[in-house]
Design a protein around this ligand. Sequence first.
Ligand code: COA
Length: 373
Amino acid sequence: MNDVVITGTGLYTPEHAIDNEALVATFNAFVDRHNERFSAEIAAGEREALAYSSSEFIEKASGIKSRYVLDAEGILDPARMRPNLPQRSDDEPSIQCEMAVHAAGQALKNAGVEAEGIELVIVACSNLERAYPAVAVEIQQALGTAGYGFDMNVACSSATFAIETAANAIASGSVKRALVVSPEICSAHLNFTDRDSHFIFGDACTAVVLERSDLAGASQRFEVLGTRLVTRFSNAIRNNAGFLNRVTDSDPLGVDKLFVQQGRQVFKEVCPMVASLITSHLASLELEGSDVKRLWLHQANRHMNDLIARRVLGFDPNESQAPIILDRYANTSSAGSIIAFHLHRDDFKTGDTGLICSFGAGYSAGSVVLRCQ
Ligand code: COA
């Protein structure tokens, strides 16, 4: 089996940012319009009045202060409350391809790899903008990579699941180099009129270059010491959008075709699952929490990360031990833990060990243990 290293990472951050105050102002304007429109029914007790959102609640409950999105104007319009991303013709690059090309260009550059040296492209994300042809194959053409590409979706865990797939393909000798990209347009599956979740997500795209160790030229490389994945079925995070929507005669624009979650339940059920995955994965590599310099955790909720890190490390983590990027990016689904890795890896020295861990819908969780060479 070949040794596998991560040699490059890249990040595409959309230009538009929306802070909690702006998001809440729009939500509350929507609430006023709604309650005004249904005032008679609300007064008659036939309908509940909607309640205001609050930026203090959002920051306290989640740690999120702001998020990047592809289109702020549509989201901040109380009469629309969803991004406005006009349909492109079949001859134009898809939006996810465009995001991926930005992030991949950066990852290839810092790996010191030419696009034609990549033999596998995996697009790994929560939502794909079409059924087929695979976005990965379009990216293959846009970048000029060799070999093949495919799309996969394991919700927030997509990137770590794809890193395992790519690492296995390199280890077994079927490809020499692979690119994993996670173009997440979370703003398009978010119900901005739902008080419980309107603040949760942001958009971003990450890219990771993996190579056979003996071919890698980058000065900083992270050997993949091991990967471990786990899934357990749950409806607590669910999105019913799918190709059967047309034929089931359900409303294709219904709110169940967007992200819906039982946040409290997710918090309670996912934290122990993730802490146990990380601990058992480290043990299988004869490592303990104290051997790990940094946890690059999925970025959904600051308190979840603090709790998981405390269980794994045995103490309250500082910013360096479990960096937080969700304060400015919010939850970017599968891109989150990779953004944390991308922005917080430069100080790693030879021999330092770190761990990427994602978790989310499915439930699903993926752990990738890395050692800097
Ligand atoms: N503004 C003001 N108050 C709000 C609010 C908002 N936007 N949304 C909810 N509240 C209120 C609720 O009505 C509730 O009020 P009550 O106590 O009077 O009933 C209170 O705040 C607590 O609501 P709750 O939903 O229990 O909040 P929480 O502390 O669980 O935080 C999340 C909500 C979503 C931040 C949190 O549950 C979470 O992050 N869970 C995990 C999510 C996750 O990782 N998902 C994975 C996605 S991939």
